[in-house]
Design a protein around this ligand. Structure first.
Ligand code: SF4
Ligand code: SF4
Length: 256
């Protein structure tokens, strides 16, 4: 997210005449916390230096971030850009906001930037492409491909072509979601981290590095026992040398 904001989106906007402010916010935790990022852009000099509490566009890079957090402060009628493989589950949100969706992970995988098994795939280029589709729609301005390509060459010297293709694909593939598609109730995905499976060697890495103390340990077993404590940071999944833990998705009725 930080990469997309500060290395791609803000420099491109700067090149076409906007003043920009782009900054991430990491919260109080060292690791495992959700990271937010803010972008202001204007043709006039920006004198405000506060967090943005009522955005014109809210963007979610990851469905594991609670939906309420993604939409907090977003006024009715404004834009919501969501990375999701299952857009229909958000159709209700399109009743009062302009919702756009794309499957950024699939786009990144198709260009060799991410792997299907990545719990945190690199999707910065795809999300930047989707943002610029909205930007062009909202402002009526066109961002020249050659300009974006030049920014990519400076920001991403490795896999430049792949990233620029992911950017271009996302700009083409991001789609508005129609509220009329809403049949009433939609199932909402519930992500959770699985219990360590039979591959677990009880090495304790996950237990030691879980910042939320969501993993408990007994003499004979390692368990992820507390879903309420787990913030789905994925650290245990990344660290496990045996691939004994993974994300799983289940469906429940939306009660929001
Ligand atoms: S159990 Fe895993 S995903 Fe959940 S908070 Fe701990 S390290 Fe993060
Ligand atoms: S890191 Fe993997 S192998 Fe080690 S205790 Fe945790 S689940 Fe088991």
């Amino acid at each position: 997210m930080k990469m997309a904001l500060q290395k791609i989106v803000a420099p491109v906007l700067g090149e076409i005449g906007y003043f920009t402010q782009a900054f991430p916010f990491f919260g109080g935790e060292r690791r495992g916390a959700v990271v937010s990022g803010y972008l202001r852009f204007s043709t006039d000099k920006i004198t405000t230096h506060s967090f943005i509490t009522e955005p014109d566009i809210s963007i979610s890079f990851d469905e594991r971030i609670p939906f309420d957090a993604v939409t907090a402060g977003l006024p009715a009628g404004k834009f919501l850009l969501l990375n999701t493989a299952l857009p229909a589950r958000y159709a209700q949100a399109a009743m009062d906001r302009k919702v756009y969706t794309l499957n950024a992970k699939d786009i990144s995988v198709s260009h060799g930037i991410a792997k299907p098994e990545d719990p945190f795939p690199l999707i910065n280029s795809a999300m930047a492409g989707a943002f610029f589709k909205l930007f062009e729609y909202i402002t009526g301005r066109t961002v020249p491909d050659e300009l974006t390509r030049r920014i990519f060459e400076g920001a991403l010297p490795v896999k430049t072509d792949e990233n620029f293709l992911a950017f271009s694909d996302a700009k083409r593939l991001v789609q508005p979601l129609a509220a009329s598609e809403t049949p009433g109730e939609y199932p909402v995905s519930l992500f959770r981290v699985t219990q360590p499976n039979g591959l677990c060697t009880k090495c304790r890495l996950c237990y030691i590095f879980c910042s939320k103390r969501a993993i408990s340990l007994t003499d004979s077993e390692v368990h992820i026992i507390n879903e309420a404590k787990c913030n789905l940071c994925g650290v245990c999944i990344k660290l496990c040398p045996r691939n004994a833990i993974s994300f799983e998705t289940s469906e429940r009725e939306d009660t929001r």
